[in-house]
Design a protein. Structure first.
Length: 261
């Protein structure tokens, strides 16, 4: 798994060089590439996936699209002609916005080999590149597939904490398949915390958002961050958050803790 992660990062670095993105001086931000995993837009440090169809080699684009380094892009005259998270380049087609500094609350809010770390100069958590090999880790540590250096005797990623084994452990909430306590909801008049939907009368994290509010945190305003296409308010205490939410590392998220008397 570590070898796969390293090869993926090396492949991405090679593509940055081959596409001229390693030192991107292009004013139109048009660096990118497509491979078997999809199409990617790049800047000098990162590549992020875009929702474009590959083109070239006898594959053509739809009407009102043009073939670019990062797949079929919509022809445009103004930013309003482009999808959410895109801008209209001077070249006359849509491209993903340049990746801004991404705020986060947990590693799962990041991607492309990045992890969530606290930045002392900024005063909040941002996504930064994770490790690519054991050589980047300390003594008795290894680089786990998630990009974090972890103890070699327990090389696992993520939060495996169990909050419940049954709904009896959750009080007024329901124990879901992730062993976290979730709110119940009315399918006829659903009300769930930000980022969740009502499914089978239980609030769950939206697995496939169909009406995204954001792609980047810059689209959410000054006091919010973009997580899974939803704008979440930032916070310092639980009282600053909305229905069914708590303040988790400075961001309002669904409260999965038990609600016991």
């Amino acid at each position: 798994m570590k070898r796969t992660t390293l090869l993926t990062l090396l492949s991405a670095s090679l593509m940055l060089i081959l596409t001229g993105c390693w030192h991107n001086n292009k004013e139109d931000n048009s660096c990118g590439y497509c491979d078997d995993s999809g199409c990617w837009s790049c800047d000098g440090d990162y590549c992020w996936q875009v929702d474009n169809e590959p083109c070239g080699d006898n594959e053509t684009c739809d009407v009102n699209q043009i073939c670019t380094d990062f797949g079929c892009a919509n022809i445009c005259g103004y930013d309003a002609d482009c999808a959410l998270g895109e801008v209209c380049l001077e070249a006359g087609y849509c491209s993903a916005e340049e990746a801004p500094e991404t705020r986060c609350a947990a590693d799962e809010d990041c991607g492309n080999g990045t992890i969530c770390e606290y930045d002392e100069s900024l005063g909040y958590h941002i996504c930064v590149p994770g490790c690519a090999s054991d050589d980047e880790c300390g003594e008795n540590e290894v680089c786990a597939p998630c990009g974090r250096c972890v103890p070699e005797e327990n090389p696992v990623c993520g939060d495996s904490k169990v909050f419940c084994e049954s709904s009896d452990d959750c009080g007024t909430k329901i124990c879901n398949v992730d062993f976290k306590c979730a709110l119940s909801c009315d399918m006829g008049d659903p009300l769930c915390p930000t980022g969740q939907i009502c499914s089978d009368s239980v609030c769950i994290d939206d697995p496939a958002p169909t009406d995204p509010e954001c792609v980047f945190s810059s689209q959410c305003g000054e006091n919010a961050v973009c997580l899974n296409t939803y704008c979440h308010d930032t916070c310092s205490i639980d009282d600053e958050c909305g229905f069914g939410e708590f303040c988790d590392l400075g961001v309002c998220k669904a409260d999965y803790r038990p609600d016991l008397p």
